[in-house]
Design a binder for this molecule. Structure first.
Ligand code: UDP
Length: 467
């Protein structure tokens, strides 16, 4: 059997008054059709990175809603994870092609995992490329299969994409975080769009009083009488850790007391993490005010919570980013964010809330500088950011999107249910309310989560209208 990650119970009720109550009610009502339904989520690792973060929170709530939800991880050796990281990088546009030996390593491990996946389910979600080939080897066995892609696949390396694409044809549906991530030759038409979300009650995001958060960081050597900026991320070149160090160095001339924390988790399925970690350590060796931490020395969820709360500015200098949970995490804590204008980040910070979007290192340094010099502006942006996260990027909303997709697949309708579509932003797939942003075209009214989505819709109207 595949390894099951046991996550314990949690109640949706606990989210009342934190996430919007209308979303919680909609979720409860959507779940009525699924009492006893068996759902499996498969990914590559139980810790490290955004997918494990999501599943850790989602699975207990699905069980609380009456489904039988299991989180399973596939097994692979280092060679397999080297290849899947190469696939991940290729899907995000890196130039390295897969060799014949790479393909064989991926397929032979996929075959083993397909055999280990013994139990039967009604719905199976495969997350990202690591488990994606399992369906073709396992067969559907009566379940609906969904490929959930968390990465930016808008301009994939053709060699890597043509290989993976061959394993996509049998899925009943695929979910992407943004419409622009869907490769133009994606082989199935049932494609849904909705972004991930954060768990406001997890130790990483729960409220944490200053008199708890401060000693947590002081204990690991941070001087909170001096300004602190931080990036919390896997050590991954798409997150541009060298760029973050450069930004800090540019700013140190003006802010000689500035400290930088680079907080990175090591994920089982990301063998490049250590190489990048060692590169960073080499780069910062002579500067005691750059602090590099990993989960392996005990800097875990509560410490991340404290860093995201007590940094003057949180940086997320991504060049490519599927979504970047860390952006919503920092916004939820009303800390201003300076982030690369990449992938799912601008959706989180739509309409300029939460902080500032930047295109390069110079802009990043200048944005951080402006927020360090004008904390009240940062404060105002951050408060609007928290409200956007509350409304759109908390866990119940994600689960509602997933259950509605499952409902449409169970009904054999494909993703076309008009009633559900009319309550969703046609650009980003988020559920919207009548009082949100609207545009009326040919006497049909569309609703949006933000002015940014409305403008995008009006600019590319043919792409987003489905009649
Ligand atoms: N994270 C963590 N400790 C770290 C660095 C990152 O717990 O030292 C978490 C971070 O808080 C976030 C997740 O790992 O919840 C990363 O998700 P994101 O979507 O930002 O990026 P991914 O790793 O999936 O590319």
């Amino acid at each position: 059997m595949l390894e099951q990650v046991h996550v314990g119970p949690r109640s949706l009720d606990a989210y009342r008054g934190i996430a919007p109550n209308d979303l919680i009610d909609d979720l409860l009502s959507a779940s009525k059709d699924f009492k006893g339904a068996r759902v499996a989520h498969l990914n590559a690792t139980a810790y490290g990175g955004g997918v494990s973060e999501l599943l850790r929170s989602a699975i207990p709530i699905l069980n609380n809603l009456g489904l039988v939800a299991h989180w399973k991880t596939i097994a692979g050796d280092q060679r397999f994870f080297q290849v899947t990281k190469k696939i991940h990088n290729g899907l995000q546009g890196a130039p390295h092609d897969l060799t014949e030996a790479d393909r064989e390593a991926y397929l032979s491990t996929s075959r083993r995992n397909a055999k280990l996946f013994e139990e039967d389910y009604d719905f199976v979600f495969l997350h990202d490329p690591q488990p994606a080939a399992i369906l073709s080897m396992h067969g559907k066995r009566g379940a609906r299969w969904i490929w959930r892609c968390h990465i930016d696949t808008s301009t994939p390396n053709p060699n890597v994409w043509s290989f993976l694409r061959g394993y996509m044809t049998e899925f009943d549906a695929a979910v992407f975080t943004m419409k622009k991530f869907v490769p133009s030759d994606f082989p199935i038409s049932n494609v849904d769009i909705f972004p991930p979300a954060i768990d406001p009650l997890s130790p990483k995001n729960m409220s944490l009083a200053d008199d708890t958060a401060r000693p947590v960081l002081q204990w690991i050597g941070i001087d909170l009488d001096r300004p602190l900026i931080a990036q919390v991320s896997r050590f991954d070149s798409w997150k541009d850790p060298s760029g973050v160090i450069e930004v800090y160095r540019m700013l140190r001339r003006e802010f000689p007391l500035l400290q930088l924390a680079m907080v990175g988790s090591m994920a089982l399925d990301d063998p490049e993490g250590w190489d990048i970690y060692h590169k960073i350590i080499d780069e910062v060796r002579r500067d005691p005010d750059i602090h590099v931490f990993t989960n392996l020395i005990g800097v875990g969820n509560v410490e991340v919570n404290a860093f995201q709360r007590l940094s003057r500015v949180v940086i997320q200098k991504s060049i490519r980013e599927g979504f970047g949970l860390v952006v919503s995490e920092a916004m939820w804590k009303t800390t201003p964010v300076v982030a690369g204008n990449a992938g799912g980040i601008p959706l989180q910070m739509a309409d300029g809330v939460g902080g500032l979007l930047v295109e390069n290192t110079e802009e990043c340094a200048s944005a951080v500088r402006s927020l360090l010099m004008d904390p009240s502006r940062g404060h105002e942006l951050a408060h609007r950011g928290r409200e956007r996260v509350r409304r759109h990027f908390l866990l119940p909303r994600l689960l509602l999107n997933e259950l509605r997709l499952m409902k449409e697949l169970a009904a054999g309708r494909g993703i076309r249910d008009a009633a559900w579509r009319s309550t969703r932003d046609p650009v980003c797939g988020l559920p919207v309310r009548p009082d949100d942003f609207t545009a009326t075209v040919d006497r049909q009214t569309f609703r949006f989560c933000s002015d940014t989505c409305r403008s995008e819709f009006l600019r590319h109207i043919q792409q987003y209208r489905i009649n």
